[in-house]
Design a protein around this ligand. Structure first.
Ligand SMILES: *[C@@H]1O[C@H](CO)[C@@H](O)[C@H](O)[C@H]1NC(C)=O
Ligand SMILES: *[C@@H]1O[C@H](CO)[C@@H](O)[C@H](O)[C@H]1NC(C)=O
Ligand SMILES: *[C@@H]1O[C@H](CO)[C@@H](O)[C@H](O)[C@H]1NC(C)=O
Ligand SMILES: *[C@@H]1O[C@H](CO)[C@@H](O)[C@H](O)[C@H]1NC(C)=O
Ligand SMILES: *[C@@H]1O[C@H](CO)[C@@H](O)[C@H](O)[C@H]1NC(C)=O
Ligand SMILES: *[C@@H]1O[C@H](CO)[C@@H](O)[C@H](O)[C@H]1NC(C)=O
Ligand SMILES: *[C@@H]1O[C@H](CO)[C@@H](O)[C@H](O)[C@H]1NC(C)=O
Length: 491
């Protein structure tokens, strides 16, 4: 199971796969100054263009981790969909590379950052409850913690991200797993409509009556234009019972046993994230425990609660207060990071062992390169009805197969190590995948969650048999490939 020393040495050798790392370099930002001036002249007073080193510019290009922040020629904060339309037309006609930033949580360089024109959706920051039809309008410039805080006293909630800093736009365009997904499905299964600026600048509303765009926008990321408003279905929200439990790595066996019992229950109000982490010489297991009621049913989490813990923050509180409290998962401002996704069918004892072996192996070795390096592998079980709440969508490509969207996350601080870390992550991912297959789980056609996928992930590994249809829709909606000027996974 362990990679050999020669594999580790290969981290430092150039290879073909590394070519992909350079694709986020798009030439000098000074080439795009003319486009910035054009945009500044065209937009209304509701919008504004900013240049370095203004604080607005720095805030517009800033991402969750500095490894996915790039210095663009300028940034533009559109204030209306009409101005987004004007901007897209200018970018398309001048063939200027651009990026669209919602909450800025993308960790793949170049996916929402650019050397060209950075569009920052910060001014689309409204959360509006429509009590008549039970929908909630949410702006793509918000992060989910902001949305939950705005909804805190309303008694209703939406299906969105689980930790502070995750953006509305990226999570919802990619699929969106939530604490309430076992009850209500993915974020995309709870969208009522989108306000969308098409690649040619036409502003439109997309609903379930729009066959192709409705299919493509649910999981298809930024391929079909720029969403300027998400209209989401609401659900009642009372107080919840939730918290983090920290265990030392020595409790792995006990946690494995407690999970084996827990997975037999089918309580869709329960959510669990189990993270195995190595950081600063410490091997830790962290449980993010959530129950969607003020108290959990007796016995449900007893197996975990019986294990001696280092720290336990379980309590009854509001949904927004809980998400906001998880600020230790938010950006530190200095830590660089990449994510990689691994689809898993069952978290068997062998999976716990493989994840902890990989975490320890890479944790100790990467720490030798950067003492701030950390490795975190997260397991995210859901109810077997998870994908029954929505209709066919770009992601997940096969709703008959429930996959747990496990993530491998590397963090470090030395910027010279970005390429090395990307390669280490690719190797870890391949080794974990081999362990899943060796466990007898047929994940050969299982889709990787788009929002966890490392930048070099092939389209078919995320979108499966949907790739040809998505390519066809993309060609029809965007014949001039305007969205191809923005980074990300492209159909
Ligand atoms: C939205 O942004 C505007 C400025 O762009 C700001 O004045 C306002 O306070 C923001 N609203 C929220 C809810 O953050
Ligand atoms: C959210 O509502 C609760 C009451 O349910 C209150 O105690 C808490 O302070 C509120 N949080 C925020 C951020 O407003
Ligand atoms: C879980 O659901 C299955 C099928 O609906 C049912 O047979 C089983 O009894 C349930 N288990 C528990 C612990 O409720
Ligand atoms: C979808 O998943 C089910 C269950 O694993 C499988 O039987 C079926 O062949 C899959 N369909 C496609 C199109 O891959
Ligand atoms: C580790 O992080 C600290 C604090 O952020 C920083 O001062 C130090 O330079 C980092 N070490 C490396 C090797 O980058
Ligand atoms: C960062 O990594 C590079 C490449 O391995 C190394 O030469 C340099 O000394 C490291 N910097 C720090 C502060 O450790
Ligand atoms: C813009 O694209 C949409 C979708 O392909 C199309 O229906 C519309 O006619 C186009 N508008 C213009 C002005 O070309």
């Amino acid at each position: 199971m362990y990679p050999t020393t020669s594999l580790l040495c290969a981290l430092f050798l150039p290879s073909a796969a590394f070519g992909r790392l350079e694709t986020w370099e798009q030439g000098s930002s000074s080439n795009f100054r003319g486009t910035c001036d054009k945009i500044a002249k065209a937009v209304s007073d509701a919008s504004q263009v900013f240049f370095p080193p203004s604080t607005q510019y720095l805030s517009d290009i800033s991402h969750y981790a500095p490894s996915s922040t790039q210095e663009s020629a300028c940034s533009v904060e559109p204030g209306t969909a009409e101005d987004v339309s004007k901007i897209l037309r200018i970018l398309g006609s001048t063939r200027t590379p651009f990026a669209v930033k919602g909450g800025g949580h993308a960790t793949n360089p170049g996916f929402s950052s650019t050397k060209g024109v950075q569009i920052a959706l910060a001014r689309f920051n409204e959360t509006k409850v429509n009590y008549k039809d039970g929908t909630i309008e949410v702006g793509p410039g918000l992060t989910w913690d902001q949305v939950y805080t705005a909804l805190n006293s309303t008694g209703v909630n939406v299906i969105g991200g689980r930790i502070p800093g995750v953006g509305v736009a990226g999570l919802t365009l990619g699929g969106g797993y939530s604490y309430k997904s076992s009850q209500y499905g993915l974020a995309i299964d709870n969208v009522a409509s989108y306000e969308l600026v098409l690649p040619n600048g036409t502003i439109t509303t997309v609903t379930s009556h729009d066959k192709d765009l409705w299919f493509g926008l649910r999981g298809g990321m930024n391929n079909f234009g720029i969403v300027t408003k998400f209209v989401l279905r609401s659900h009642p929200q009372a107080q919840i019972w939730a918290g983090l439990i920290f265990y030392t790595g020595t409790q792995l066996g006990a946690i494995k046993g407690a999970y084996a019992k827990f997975q037999e229950t089918n309580d869709t109000k329960a959510s669990l994230i189990i993270s195995i982490a190595y950081s600063s010489g410490q091997f830790t297991i962290v449980l993010n425990v959530f129950y969607d009621a003020p108290t959990p049913p007796p016995g449900l989490f007893d197996g975990f609660l019986a294990i001696p813990a280092v720290q336990n923050s379980l309590s009854t509180r509001s949904f927004s207060d809980y998400v906001v409290s998880l600020d230790s998962f938010a950006a530190s401002g200095t830590q660089r990071t990449f994510y990689s996704g691994i689809p898993v069918i069952r978290y068997t004892p062998a999976m716990f062992d493989a994840f902890s072996d990989q975490t320890l192996f890479w944790g100790t070795r990467l720490e030798a390169l950067d003492k701030n390096a950390s490795v975190i592998i997260s397991m995210e079980p859901f109810d077997s009805s998870l994908l029954s709440h929505g209709t066919p969508s770009a992601y997940p490509p096969n709703r008959s197969q429930v996959i747990f969207p496990s993530a491998i996350n590397l963090l470090w601080t030395n910027a010279s190590l970005d390429a090395t870390m990307a390669r280490a992550l690719r190797q870890t991912t391949d080794l974990v995948r081999a362990a899943v297959l060796a466990d007898g789980q047929d994940v050969s056609h299982a889709a990787i969650y788009v929002n966890y996928a490392l930048f070099d992930t092939p389209l078919k590994d995320m979108y499966g048999a949907n790739v040809p249809r998505l390519r066809k829709i993309r060609a029809e909606i965007d014949p001039k490939d305007v969205m191809g000027l923005a980074g990300g996974f492209k159909f």
